[in-house]
Design a binder for this molecule. Structure first.
Ligand code: S3P
Length: 449
């Protein structure tokens, strides 16, 4: 959990060239899914490279509460003894998913078609986020959910004793909602169909196939039509989690804007549904080479060599790219502040319902650091000030949001004056080693004091 202990103020100062190797942690999306699907398989799933961030640890604890055996054997090495599809036990206590929207939404889906009841909660950030987007499709299976006003946590889900399969067109582009419906479909008889107009990350589809489920994806005029056959026996797997492209984005973007930098970020996932930031940076003129492309754990990966890129150009990021870089807009807006010209990010309304309202959080912090920003409900526009041109010198509010915290610390590495954040503790949800890793590259990031 985050945001529930003492806030940890941190400061980043203008730094010399960053250099060395940045070993970023395992992919968060894949880590959650490895634990949840492991818990729904029969037998022992082994996981290597698991992200040991608080979000994933909370999902591991939840899987234990539903009856699975979840054991840590060493750094990133875990096993999950699954109870099988439909085998979840009823948890004795409230399930606390901490800061994690992915954790709570996927687990709600996974339990919604079993005849058990569970109550979910989370930290102050998660309790503000909309859960109706998940409870509504789960009701179609026959589950009932009772939450606070506006579909907020805490929420109790009464699983369907006699679930029916569902055909559901996603009203918002969300891999979390898609995955919740697919996981619920596992214990419904017959075929569950999810239709997504805009493709979102496809880790659930890939991993369900890997665990032995029958799942097909058809491209039609309506978009992706994903069909899952219910009641499979999932077979335990060996899951090698690739490194997280969303976490890699922080050292990568830091190296792009800190003069003279040259770093290597090995083994980063290049899953096509996650590469939007990297396409965007290339269009802006970033110097990133993708070395030794290969396949690891069923995902394409590469080693990223990243060099300071001088005057990058502001661009218009198309709305159609939003789903493939949804978590990367905060750090892109930092790069945009050091680019020449204007960067326009369209189709980004989903940012308003993340761990914080990320459009508002970035706009206010960038303005405090002397950057001109425009926004509307669905758009963020950053007026670039050129390399080294951002004044900085502010304390930015992070709103219990790890990516806002890391983004402003990266900004401080290249701004003229130091940049502080009010609370760096949420960074532990996704990238516990962030400060140490960045310091190892030569970044001046420390607790404020
Ligand atoms: C995730 C999906 C995205 C993303 C989140 C992880 C996932 O959320 O922002 O960090 O693992 O499915 P949405 O599905 O709400 O867009």
């Amino acid at each position: 959990m985050s945001g529930q202990g003492e806030p940890v103020a941190m400061t980043a100062r203008r730094s010399g060239p960053l250099s060395g190797v940045a070993e970023v942690p395992g992919d968060k999306s894949i880590s959650h899914r490895a634990l949840i699907l492991g818990a729904m398989a029969v037998g022992e799933t082994r996981v290597t490279g698991l992200l040991e961030g608080q979000d994933v640890l909370d999902t591991g604890a939840a899987m234990r509460a539903f009856g699975a055996g979840v054991v840590r054997h060493g750094p990133g090495e875990w096993s999950v003894n699954g109870v099988g599809v439909g085998g979840f036990a009823e948890p004795e206590a409230v399930i606390d998913c901490g800061n994690s929207g992915t954790g709570v939404r996927l687990i709600m889906g996974a339990m919604a078609t079993s005849a058990i009841t569970a109550t979910f909660t989370g930290d102050a950030s998660l309790r503000k986020r909309p859960m109706g987007r998940v409870s509504e499709p789960l009701a179609l299976f026959g589950a009932r959910a009772h939450g606070r006003a506006g579909g907020r946590l805490p929420m109790t889900v009464v699983g369907a004793a006699d679930p029916v399969p569902v055909r559901y067109a996603l009203p918002v582009p969300s891999a979390q909602v898609k995955s919740a419906v697919l996981l619920a479909g596992l214990n419904a008889p017959g075929q569950t169909v999810v239709i997504e107009r805009e493709p979102t990350r496809d880790h659930s589809e890939r991993m369900l196939r890997g665990f032995g489920a029958t799942i097909s994806v058809e491209e039609t005029g309506e978009g992706h039509v994903i069909t899952l056959t219910g009641r499979p026996e999932l077979r335990p797997q060996v899951v090698a989690v690739p490194r997280d492209p969303s976490s890699a984005a922080f050292p990568v973007c830091a190296a792009l804007i800190v003069e003279g930098s040259d770093i290597l970020v090995p083994g980063v996932s290049r899953n096509p549904t996650r590469v939007g930031l990297y396409l965007t940076l290339a269009e802006m003129g970033a110097d990133i080479a993708f070395l030794s492309p290969r396949e690891e754990g069923g995902e394409p990966v590469a080693d990223l060599r990243v060099r300071f890129s001088g005057a990058m150009q502001g661009i218009e990021v198309p709305a159609a790219r939003a789903a493939s870089m949804i978590d990367e807009y905060p750090i892109l807006s930092v790069v945009a502040a050091f680019a020449e010209g204007v960067t326009v990010m369209r189709g980004v309304r989903e940012l308003r319902v993340k761990e914080s309202d990320r459009i508002d959080a970035m706009a206010r912090g960038l303005e405090a650091c002397g950057v001109r920003v425009e926004e509307d409900a669905d758009t963020l526009i950053v007026h670039g000030m050129g390399p080294g041109g951002v004044p900085g010198g502010a304390v930015c509010a992070t709103h219990i949001d790890h990516r806002i915290a890391m983004s402003f610390l990266v900004l401080g590495l290249a701004a003229r004056q130091a940049v502080s954040i009010d609370d760096g503790s949420p960074i532990a949800t996704s990238f516990p080693a962030f400060a140490g890793l960045m310091a190892g590259l030569g970044a001046q990031i420390a607790r404020a004091g």
